[in-house]
Design a protein around this ligand. Structure first.
Ligand code: HEC
Length: 143
C-alpha cells in the first residue's frame, strides 16, 4: 500500500491548523447578535432587573429562552407580545393572575424588571412551543 510522502502529510496538517485558526478567529470576531446600544444607566437597570427576577423566583414558574418552570408562559418575548404593554405587565405582576401570586415590589424594582424584560425581548424572537426535542438531545423547528 502506498504511503503519503512525509511532506504531503505535513502540508495537510498545516492546512488544517490554518483552517482551525481562521475559523476560530471568524467565530469570535463576528458577534452572534448585535447587542443593544444602551446607556450605562440603562445597563444598570437591566442588571438590576435580572436580580429582581431572581429575587422573586419568577423562573420557577416561567421560562426564559425556553428554560425554567412550566407553570406560566415563557417570558422571553412577553414585553412585545400583541396587545400587551407596560401597564398590562405591571398590573399582572402587582395583582397576580390565577396560579400566579401577587408581587409587592417597589417602583424601582418594577422599573428595572421591565427594563430587563424589554432588553430580553430585543435579543430575538422565537416561539419555543414550535421547537421539538430530538432523540439525540438537539431541537428542531417544526412548522
Ligand atoms: C407560582 C408560579 C409563578 C410565579 C412565581 C410567577 N408567575 Fe407569572 N404567571 C404564572 C402563571 C401560571 C401565569 C399565567 C396565568 C394565566 O393567564 O392563566 C403567569 C403569567 C404571567 C404574565 C402574563 C404573561 C402573558 O403572556 O400574558 C407575566 C408578565 C408574568 N407572569 C410575569 C411574572 C414575573 C415578572 C414574575 C416574578 C416577579 C412571575 N410572573 C412569577 C405563574 C407564576
Amino acid at each position: 500500500m502506498a504511503t503519503f510522502p512525509q511532506i504531503r502529510t505535513r502540508h495537510f496538517f498545516v492546512f488544517l491548523v490554518c483552517c482551525f485558526l481562521t475559523y476560530s478567529f471568524w467565530i469570535y470576531s463576528v458577534p452572534y447578535f448585535k447587542p443593544n446600544q444602551l446607556t450605562s444607566r440603562e445597563q444598570n437597570l437591566v442588571s438590576e432587573g435580572r436580580l429582581v427576577l431572581q429575587k422573586y423566583n419568577c423562573h420557577t414558574c416561567h421560562q426564559i429562552y425556553g428554560l425554567g418552570g412550566y407553570l406560566g408562559p415563557d417570558l422571553t418575548n412577553v414585553y412585545s407580545r400583541r396587545n400587551q404593554n407596560e401597564d398590562y405587565l405591571k398590573a399582572i405582576i402587582h395583582s397576580g393572575v390565577r396560579q400566579m401570586p401577587a408581587f409587592k415590589m417597589s417602583e424601582l424594582e418594577m422599573t428595572s424588571l421591565l427594563a430587563f424584560l424589554k432588553n430580553l425581548d430585543a435579543t430575538g424572537n422565537a416561539d419555543v412551543t414550535k421547537y421539538q426535542p430530538e432523540s439525540i438531545g438537539t431541537f428542531t423547528l417544526t412548522k
